[in-house]
Ligand binder design. Structure first.
Ligand SMILES: [Zn+2]
Length: 68
């Protein structure tokens, strides 16, 4: 499996959250667009809007940068 992840277009972080507040999952976004939870759980399709854990960016997983 390709273990590279998409990056926040604003700060370069690879860690995102499923919601801004409350119950949320910390995850990374694979190059395929699937979410990979930091706790090691099963991959899942991220919600339409995701939140960078390290800055104020929010948006779609499709907007994330990909390091080639
Ligand atoms: Zn960010």
């Amino acid at each position: 499996m390709d273990n590279r992840y998409r990056l926040c277009p604003q700060c370069g972080s690879t860690v995102f959250q499923t919601a801004a507040l409350g119950d949320r999952i910390d995850f990374q976004v694979r190059l395929t667009g699937q979410g990979a939870p930091l706790d090691g759980g099963a991959d899942f399709p991220p919600p339409a809007t995701i939140y960078c854990r390290d800055c104020a960016w929010r948006g779609s997983g499709d907007e994330l940068d990909i390091l080639l």
